[in-house]
Each structure stands twice: as structure tokens, then as C-alpha cells.
Ligand binder design. Sequence first.
Ligand SMILES: [Mg+2]
Length: 372
Amino acid sequence: MDKNKQLDKIRGSLVGGAVGDALGYPVEFIGSYMGIKQKYGEHGITQLDTTQWWLPDGGKNSKAWVSDDTQMTLFTACGLLNAKSQGKAPKYAICEAYIEWLFTQIGWKSRRFSDCWIGHIPELNNRRAPGNTCITALQTIMNGKELFNNSKGCGGIMRTAPVALYGAVWRDKPENENPEGRISNINDVDILAADAAEITHQHPLGWLPSALETHVIYRLLQNDNPMVEDFKAYLEEGYETLEELYPKEKKALYELMTIIEKVLLLVDSKASDVENIEKIGEGWVAEETLAIAIYCTVKYFDNFEQAMIASVNHCGDSDSTGAVTGNILGAVVGYDAIPEFFKTDLELHDVILHVADDLWRGETTKYERNKR
Ligand SMILES: [Mg+2]
């Protein structure tokens, strides 16, 4: 594996996810494709919308906002890096980082652990339509109570890609890894991604799709030039691995594989992307989010822009389906292949790149705003 290529893919996955999130965020709550077309034209939303967000002073923001999906993804990355530097179990450190995210959402600066430097970034101390399940679950944990829920919303899968990015780099360096945080093989990546989602989403379909997503991203990062057939093989391998890791979750895994098999048939259908995606679902639940992302990835494996456009132009949870598609396809094409116009207009672009580089290095480094 070419090391520069690996860095490019890690950046691609993190920035790609943010691009999909920012492209989908303005249309997440429009509720119909017809409504999206009425606002953005015949082809729906095809460019980042930098015009609709208004700053408190009445001036227009020149960047397209990311939503809670990207915010929480960055906190997952911080949690992983803290696990390594502080010798903590990764799941525990990720949970702490999510509590830090919660503080940014409820304005409790005085209660912060201050272990995540991104918590000081003003744009991240801003509510961007956070999921209720994430907020209430983390409040329960923060209050020292045991959490019981049966949510399979997509709040888990939209934030767990960094587990694959971290695992892919650090798998080969056990001598540098603390024993608690060691990731020695792909099973560790799958389990940690499942655990990270399960912190807030306890239905098996709330966390199994995360494990499958990170499994394929991890494999894509190990392949300099993956083909679409490789991607399909990684999906199959991921499914078989999860069957072995979670024998008690046969029913949920069967449901997950059923929807993915349906998607792989729909890719070859002559119907439009909007019609095909409607047959998959709306992406509010994690297995549908992953399924829509797989549809867009397979159909537009060599065309990041088209994949992004397809992933958000539907009546459902556009920012999350865009984010997961970007996380996966970004690990295929790499950062350099993401069109420049998506990067120029993306809020927090330099912060996201900084975090990607830290994941690659395996340590948190000092961030200076707009230094790039
Ligand atoms: Mg969102």
C-alpha cells in the first residue's frame, strides 16, 4: 500500500462524507423530491448551497454548512486519538468524545472535559439538526443512568467511518499502540464500529450497518485501485464476518443482507435514481442509509460528483445518505479526485483535513486556523 495514497484516501473518506452531508443538509427536511426540484431546479440540488444559511448579524455565510453527521464524525476521530494517547479503551474514549459533542449542543462549556480540541471550534458549537436519539441517549449516559433504547436510526452509522480510517493505519503498528486501544485485525474494526454506534443506538440494526460500512471502508483503504467488483466482494466478506462475530443477530443480519441484495439488483434497473432510491427507503434508519449509500457507490463508482448528487436527491434523510456515500466513495477515489468546487465551498474544510491527517499520523497535532 502506497502511504501517500492511503493518506489521500483517508482525507477522501472524511472530506467526502462532509461533502455529502453539506450537499444533503439543505434538503433533509424538504420532504419530497418534487419540493427539492421546485427549490433547486430540474436536476435537484447539484452544488453545495452557500446561500441559504444566515449569520446572526444578517450577513450571508459563504460556506455550505455541515450538519450533526460531520460534527459527530469528527468527535469519533477525536475519541479514537484520545484512546491511543491516554491509554483508554477506544469505546470509552469515543463515548467521552460524544459527551463533549453533547456539551457543544447544550452550551455547557463549563462542564467540558476539554479533551477534544474541536470542541473549541465555533462552528461546532452550533446545533445542526442533531438527532433526538443521540441527544437523549448521551444525556442519559451523562447523568450516570443506564441506557435502554431500541433505536435503529442512522445516528450511529453516519458518524463511525473514522473507526475504519484509524484501524487501517494502525493495524500494522501494534508496537506503537496501547494494549487497550490495539486494533490487530479487521474483526477489531468491525466490533469497535458496532460498539461506537451502539453507545446511542441499541437495536441490532442500529449498529450492525456501522460494522459493515467500516469493514468495506477498511478494505478499500488497503487497495490502491479498487474496482466495483472488489467493493461487492468486501460487502460479502463483511456480511460473513458479522455472521461469525454476532451469531445471535441472525434475524437482523438477514434483514440487512436482504436490503443490500435488493440494492444490487436495483443498480441495473432502467428506472431513475430517484425511483430506485424510493424503492430502497428514505434512509432514516441505518440499514436504509447504508443501502442507499451502497446503491450510489456501486452505480457511480468512478464518478464522485454523480454519486453525491444521487445520494441526496430523494425525499428522505439526505444529509446522512450523502455523508455515508461520501465516506465510502471518498475511500475509493481519494481526496485529490473530489471536485474542487465541493472543497472550496465546504465549511470546516481545513479542520476536517487536519483531523484526517491526525488519524493518519495516529496523534493529535496543534491546529492553526486557515494555515493551509
Ligand atoms: Mg444531519
